[in-house]
Design a protein around this ligand. Structure first.
Ligand SMILES: CC(C)(COP(=O)(O)OP(=O)(O)OC[C@H]1O[C@@H](n2cnc3c(N)ncnc32)[C@H](O)[C@@H]1OP(=O)(O)O)[C@@H](O)C(=O)NCCC(=O)NCCS
Length: 156
């Protein structure tokens, strides 16, 4: 297994598997080509041989100096709980710190309990919201009607 920076050519193989990795949830439309063309410096894949088994897409905010943002992270279901997600995050945190960032942010759905557990484990804290799910605050309609989101933040 090895971790490397994202390339434009990684989009097709990732799109081919990502909905399955999310248990059938249609998430591929959130992985537009622009992420693969313009955010390679701070985005990564993990390969097992020639096969991509995990990826992270993140970037440094243009509008908020000192802030970095993780757009997407996914690990092949058969490779979860082995520290791969944590490795990707640590690599991203290092890259963000090297670019002067002091804060990392990301969002996740309040129903994605696995993601909430993972991010909490990685040191993220949920920002206050207008509602709560199993003790985790979230912002209602954050990404549009019915699109509630937990807003995670971590000091780097
Ligand atoms: C969330 C995800 C990226 C985690 O990747 P992973 O490689 O399995 O995570 P790791 O093995 O590095 O786990 C790091 C820590 O988080 C914890 N963790 C990870 N997933 C967890 C889960 N579902 N439930 C509870 N704890 C979890 C681990 O126990 C581990 O803690 P430890 O260091 O004390 O053992 C992966 O489960 C995934 O791809 N999920 C589907 C996609 C998704 O929801 N992405 C996030 C929203 S964009």
């Amino acid at each position: 297994m090895h971790l490397r920076q994202l390339r434009a050519g990684d989009r097709a193989p990732i799109l081919a598997v990502v909905n399955d990795w999310w248990g059938g949830r249609q998430v591929a439309s959130m992985l537009q080509r622009l992420f693969f063309d313009h955010f390679q410096d701070t985005s990564y894949v993990v390969e097992d041989g020639e096969t991509i088994i995990a990826f992270l897409i993140g970037f440094v905010s243009q509008s908020r100096p000192g802030e970095a943002y993780i757009h997407f992270v996914g690990v092949h279901p058969e490779h979860r709980a082995r520290g791969i997600g944590a490795d990707l995050y640590r690599t991203f945190f290092d890259a963000a710190r090297a670019r002067g960032c002091h804060t990392a942010r990301c969002i996740t759905s309040p129903v994605n309990t696995g993601s909430i557990a993972f991010h909490t484990n990685m040191g993220f804290v949920a920002e206050p919201g207008d509602a709560e799910s199993n003790g985790t605050p979230f912002a209602s309609d954050y990404d549009g009607p019915g699109e509630h989101r937990v807003r995670f933040v971590k000091q780097l």
